[in-house]
Design a protein around this ligand. Sequence first.
Ligand SMILES: [Fe+2]
Length: 466
Amino acid sequence: MISFSRAYQRVIAHWRIFIASLIAVFAIYQLIYPDEFGRFVDMAFLAIFVMLIASQFFWVRRVLDVVERFLPGKRRRIWLAVVAFLIYLFFFIYSYPSIESTNDHVFRAADPRLSSVLIVATFWWWLVASWTGFGLVMVFWTADLATRSAAWVYRKVRQVAAGHLAAPAPGTIALDPPSPARRRFLEQSAVAISAAPFVAAAYGLLYERLDVEITHQHIKLARLPKAFEGFRIAQLSDLHISPFMTADQLRRCVAMTNGAKADLIVMTGDYITWDPEAQADVVEALAGLRAPYGVFGCLGNHEEEGLTEDSITRLFAAHGIGMLREESVPIRMRGETINLMGIDCPRSLSNEEAEARRDLSRRLQRLRVMPDMVNILLSHYPDVFDRAAELGIDLTLAGHTHGGQLSLEFIHRGLSLAHLLSRYDSGWYEKAGSQVYVNRGIGTVGFPIRFGARPEITVLELSRLP
Ligand SMILES: [Fe+2]
C-alpha cells in the first residue's frame, strides 16, 4: 500500500501535471454542462482565470529574482518576502469586494474615502497589468520558441540534403541555446514588453478612464420623415456612479452632452454600479440634462440586480426624465412622428419570468412597433439587435459592453474583451436594413481602467436615405 506521505510527495513532485489535470477536468465539466453564457464564453473566462493565477506566480518570482540580486543576506530576503506577501494579501482582501459583486459587499465597494480608492485602484492596476504583461511574455516566448524551432528544422533539412545527418537520440529535440548577444537582446526585449502593460494600465487608470469623447455617427433611415432630417440624438450609457465615477464627474458629462445641443437625449441603462444607495445621487447628477424633445432612457442589468428598477424610475420621473419600461413614446415634430421605445433587462429573473421577458417578439408587440413609422429601440443589451432587425425596428441604441474597457480595436475590430459579452461589442452595425449603435459607456465596472475604449457620448444625426 502506498503511504499517504509518499502519495503527497508524488503530488508535490508532479504538481504541474496535477494542476493541469484539475484545470482540464474543470474545463471538460464546463464543456459538458455550460452555463447561461455558453461554452465559448465559459472557456474564455476559464483561460482568463488560469492566466491570472499563473501571472501572479510569474511576477512574484520575477520580483524575488530582482530582490535576490540587490539584497544581500538570505534572512533579510526571507523577511522582505514575508512582508511583501502580507502587503499583497492585504491589498487582495481589501479589494476583494470590488471583484465580488454581490450586494453583501456593496459597502466596501462603494467606499469613497481617498485611502480606499487608492488601495482598490492600486490593486486593480497591478492585477490588470500583471495579467496582460504575462500574456505578452507568453506570446513573446512562443514566438521565440517557434523561431528557434524553425531554425532547427531548417538546419536539419540542410544536413539531410547534404547527406550527413547525425542521428538524434530517440524522442529528443535539442534546440540550440541562443547566443550571448541574442540572449541579451531577448532579455532586454522581455523587460520592455513586461513594462509596457504596467505603463499602459497606469495610463488607463489615471487618464483614459476619464477622457470622455464625443463621437458623431450619421444614421441613414429610409423611412425618416422630412421633418426629422438632421435630427440629433445624444446617447449616454453605463454611467455607473461609484468612487471611480463621482457625481461631479457625471455632471461634467452632463455639461458636455448639453453642449452638443442635441434635439433628444437618451440613456441606455446602468446608472448605478452595485450600491442601491447611490441611485439618488446619479439621478440628481443626470437631472441637469436638457434637450428640446426631452430626455428618455431604459434600465440596465445593474438596476435590475440592485433591485432599484422601480425606485430609480420614480426618481427619474420626478426630474422629468422618462424611463421607457416596455413602453413607447411618440416624438413629434411639425406634424410628423417617430416612435421611441424602451425595454428592461431580463437576466436575473426567475426562469419562467425571464423566459417571458426574453420573448422579445411578445414584448415588442406590446410596445407596438409601428409599421409605417421609424421605430427606435432603447435596450441596454445589444444582443436584442438580431430580433429587433427581424421585427423591422429601424434603429436600436444599446450599451452594456463598455467597449470591453480593455480593447485593441484600433488594431483590428473584435480584439476586445467586449467580444466575450456580445458580438455587437461597440460602434455601428447593420443587418437587413436595421441598424444598431453600441455605446462604450461612461463609467467602469470591476477594474477602474480603460485602455483603447475611451468613455463615450454619442451624437447620432439622422438623415433620409436618398
Ligand atoms: Fe454597464
